[in-house]
Design a protein around this ligand. Structure first.
Ligand code: ARG
Length: 469
């Protein structure tokens, strides 16, 4: 009898079977099967609550829970047959459950709709992803802070406009990313906090007439509370949008770091070495060593920010509450979350692997008159020149050095005095790159002692958080 129905889950009033293309466009099982663990967890909590409230019998609930565990192990073992005709993960699981335990399986969906079910599953999936991402970001921060501690005093050029600006240390540069990732983790934590309300029990959209206990299911599933409005409960996808926005910003950070790795690895820069583990060769040019992993991490932000935009466009203009449009929320979100996690892991591997070419970095740090600001500051400090005038005098000295093809610290004193007679030989103390970085002791500055202190403080903080979590 059931086989003749157009759909055994909802085919009661349908006579014709759907067209093949209808089945194809309607189905989400191809991508939403990854939510099977969340779906089963949610259903178990729902069944237990129904029994506790006397809405179904304890025996039925026990059978349902046992059946769901069986479904779970079939899926894990790879023996479960997913059917496109059954549309999505929710109907696939429920159908198999009923095969396994009989009519009791049909009682599971009491006081529930696929609308609150999918809202719940997707929320839990995103929440799990946030937790995994936070852990990976913490590992990346740790890798960066360790490198920074080791290379706290390795001098490299700091850039603006990608022109040598002022010398900094490699450790300082790496710690800049630790700060960025800390803000990223803050954004994920913030999104998680707002996400953590349970939509289960919103039912189709209006709530239910059954005496359900939403507090109980919310607690069982690790939520802080149930969502307060049933319409919002099924219509809201902000949690995915916020998470994708946080992913986009964090992926942008990874992209910037990737770009630096790519630049630093060119023979023209020669600032870092990456081992064979993180590079590839060329099939035609035997001399090549390509930073493919960094390039891919640089690119991932494209699909991740694309997923954010994509979901935003799906949601815009949708009237409350659920519309099937919302099934388009998952595929790109899953793709973005997965790719983002691969990118973080690859970046962590690269950072652990990276070794600075300290001589090349230091030589480059001294090029391009990068201590000109130190000279100007000296003129301000020692000769009490107004900074604007000191800037002008320094500019003239740099121009002179440039025409002579010499570094600032190699310029004879008389040459400088021809421009500003009050300059003394004490000026040479500030013209080297070592002196320059050492002098940057202001809070947050690049002085190696600062950098070491910061790196150690970060490591301590990260370690503490790791042992706590
Ligand atoms: N597969 C659907 C989705 O992902 C589940 C919800 C279906 N609800 C409905 N009213 N047809 O959105």
């Amino acid at each position: 009898m059931t086989d003749k129905r157009s759909n055994k889950m909802w085919g009661g009033r349908f006579e014709l079977s759907p067209s093949e293309l209808m089945v194809e466009i309607n189905a989400s099982i191809g991508f939403d099967k990854v939510m099977a663990p969340q779906d089963i967890r949610g259903s178990k909590a729902h069944a237990e609550m129904l029994a506790a409230q006397g809405i179904i019998t304890k025996t039925d609930a026990r059978d349902i829970v046992r059946g769901l565990d069986q479904v779970k192990s079939e899926i894990e073992a790879g023996t479960f047959t997913f059917s496109t005709k059954l549309e999505d993960i929710h109907l696939n699981v429920e159908s198999r459950l009923t095969d396994l335990i009989g009519p009791a399986g049909g009682r599971l969906h009491t006081a529930r709709s696929r609308n609150d079910q999918v809202a719940l599953d997707f929320r839990m999936y995103v929440r799990d992803a946030i937790d995994a991402i936070d852990h990976s970001l913490m590992r990346l921060q740790t890798a960066l802070a360790r490198k920074a501690e080791t290379h706290f005093d390795v001098i490299m050029p700091g850039f603006t406009h990608l022109q040598p600006a002022q010398p900094v240390t490699f450790g300082h540069h790496l710690l800049a990313y630790v700060e960025m990732l800390a803000r990223d983790r803050g954004r994920f934590a913030d999104a998680r906090r707002r996400l953590n309300e349970c939509p289960l029990g919103s039912a189709a959209l209006a709530g239910t007439s059954f005496p359900i206990d939403r507090q109980m299911t919310a607690e069982a599933l690790g939520f802080d509370r149930p969502t307060a409005n049933s319409l919002d409960g099924v219509a809201d996808r902000d949690f995915a949008l916020e998470t994708l926005a946080a992913c986009s910003i964090a992926a942008m950070h990874l992209s910037r770091l990737s770009e630096e790795i790519v630049i630093w690895m060119t023979p023209q820069f020669g600032f870092i070495r990456l081992t064979d583990r993180w590079t590839t060769g060329s099939s035609i040019m035997p001399q090549k060593r390509n930073p493919d992993a960094a390039e891919l991490c640089r690119a991932k932000v494209g699909r991740i920010a694309g997923a954010f935009q994509g979901l935003l466009m799906v949601m815009k203009g949708l009237p409350l509450t659920y519309s099937k449009d919302m099934q388009e929320d998952k595929e790109q979100t899953f793709d973005a979350l997965r790719n983002f996690q691969v990118a973080i892991a690859a970046m962590t591997g690269m950072i652990e692997d990276i070794e600075p070419e300290t001589d090349a970095m230091k030589a480059a740090a001294g090029a391009g008159y990068s201590t000109a600001t130190d000279l100007a500051d000296w003129l301000v400090r020692t000769l009490k020149l107004p900074f604007r005038e000191a800037h002008h005098v320094t500019g003239s000295i740099v121009r002179l050095a440039e025409t002579r093809g010499e570094r600032l610290e190699a310029l004879p004193l008389e040459t400088m005095q021809a421009i500003e007679p009050r300059i003394t030989k004490a000026v040479y103390d500030v013209l080297s790159v070592d002196a320059s970085v050492r002098s940057r002791t202001s809070y947050g500055g690049t002085a190696p002692q600062n950098v070491r202190k910061m790196a150690r403080a970060w490591l301590k903080r990260l370690e503490k958080a790791a042992t706590k979590g």
